[in-house]
Design a binder for this molecule. Structure first.
Ligand SMILES: [Zn+2]
Length: 445
């Protein structure tokens, strides 16, 4: 120890201080570096509450409960629903007849299975096998037949991407599913049906064309802005914002369209929604900066719209269409990367798939608002419907029931009069139906 410039005595003091400082130093270093691992765990669990994939995966249950709790179910009014409102022209197929038809179809399917599963048709590019294609074929074919989408050849490919969970559609009739998505739901046909339905939805609703139109405009404004046009650069920014908003809205719409297509094909949406719950576990960017909505919002959109779904009727329509159609043949595409589900060459007719008309949508909303006891909303939508179609006696019957409910709730006499007006119109259109007669007599007492 050297203390050359200090006396020995002071050196002793310095040394004493040195040991004290060292001791204090070790204590404080300890205070910084000795971790309280329990506390760390507490903090980490707080993050996990926010980011944990399991919580996000099960978020749909919370959202579904929340949406269902919003419905005012305790209103003291008996809902009359004689099941007279049909949203499409179909008959309910007798279950025995349907079973017989399905058994006949299965014979054809087993031949298709044999031919698709020959080793020669393996798609090495995607590592997909005949079995995988057969699975995709069965789901897509059921959606196509039950929704009358067989006026053209649908093409569905499986491509290799283990990491990025994705599927996409291009143009009118091509759908590509990444192995990541296919494998994730390989034991959940309902989810695969919602996934395929979503991509078909994009195609059927013309989303590719809609995006391309906006992208073309964007490019035009970009060029003008580069050439020094200052108004064009403002327009460019506005168009870009619109593009992002439109893109998100199209995702919401494709989710609903896909769910409708899957419901008509008889798939279980409770199980199918797993496809959105799973998306909810994936990392997501700030919503306003990207062209897809956060999956949480997609879940909310699904449950919110599902309140107004008529799944029983859609299933009946799907069964009617399956009963009245033949098994669609399938073959491997020329590049062996996809399957082609052949149409039977029937020329498209009026009864083929169309997006829901405004008339259908208004009537469905009016009916479901009534069933869900949101009576004022129901009245609003019945009126929107009557503006487009004044010749449906059953719609007037239900509008009359609904006006009765508003009267019971509010004691507002104008709704008694409304109920009378509605049922009088129904009676003028159909005076034979017993439900219309009954309501007519009740109201005109
Ligand atoms: Zn999409």
């Amino acid at each position: 120890m050297q203390c050359a410039i200090l006396s020995l005595e002071s050196c002793g003091i310095v040394m004493k201080n040195f040991w004290i400082l060292l001791f204090v130093g070790i204590l404080s270093v300890n205070a910084v570096f000795a971790r309280d691992y329990a506390k760390l765990q507490e903090k980490e669990m707080k993050h996990a509450q926010k980011y944990g994939t399991t919580n996000k995966y099960f978020e749909n249950e919370n959202i579904s409960n929340k949406v269902n709790k919003e419905l005012p179910v305790n209103i003291n009014f008996e809902i009359k629903d004689p099941k007279l409102l049909k949203l499409d022209s179909y008959e309910k197929i007798n279950s025995l007849d349907l079973k017989k038809k399905i058994t006949e179809d299965e014979v054809v399917y087993s031949q298709i299975h044999k031919s698709l599963c020959k080793r020669t048709i393996d798609n090495y590019d995607a590592q997909a096998k005949g079995e995988d294609y057969y699975k995709i074929y069965r789901i897509a074919e059921r959606i196509i037949r039950s929704n009358k989408l067989d006026y053209l050849n649908w093409r569905i490919g499986i491509y290799r991407d283990t990491e990025n969970f994705n599927a996409y559609s291009t143009g009118m009739n091509y759908i590509a599913i990444a192995t990541s998505a296919y494998d994730t739901f390989s034991n959940n046909d309902d989810a695969l049906a919602m996934l395929i339905g979503h991509e078909m939805g994009h195609a059927l609703l013309g989303h590719q064309q809609r995006s391309t139109t906006t992208l073309n405009n964007l490019e035009k404004y970009r060029q003008l802005a580069l050439a020094g046009n200052s108004i064009a650069s403002l327009t460019y920014a506005a168009t870009k914002r619109k593009y992002l908003i439109d893109s998100k809205n199209m995702e919401y719409a494709a989710d609903i369209e896909g769910a409708k297509l899957a419901a008509k094909a008889g798939y279980d949406l409770d199980k199918g929604v797993e496809v959105i719950s799973f998306l909810n576990t994936l990392p997501q960017y700030v919503e306003r900066r990207v062209d897809h909505p956060n999956a949480r919002h997609r879940l909310e959109n699904f449950y919110d719209n599902r309140k107004y779904f008529i799944e029983d009727q859609w299933k009946d329509i799907g069964e009617f269409n399956i009963y009245n159609s033949a098994v669609l043949p399938v073959k491997l595409s020329s590049d062996r990367k996809s399957i082609v589900i052949n149409s039977l060459g029937n020329s498209p007719s009026e009864s083929y798939y169309r997006p829901e008309t405004m008339e259908d949508l208004y009537l469905r909303f009016a009916y479901k608002y009534y069933i869900n006891r949101e009576f004022r909303k129901s009245d609003e939508y019945f009126n929107k419907y009557f503006d487009l179609n004044g010749s449906n006696p059953f719609a007037y019957l239900y509008a009359s029931y609904n006006a009765d409910a508003i009267y019971v709730l509010t004691k507002n006499k104008s709704y008694l009069q409304k109920s009378k007006d509605y049922i009088n119109k129904a009676y003028r259109l159909d005076n034979k139906n017993k439900y219309i007669k009954e309501q007519y007599d009740n109201v005109n007492l």
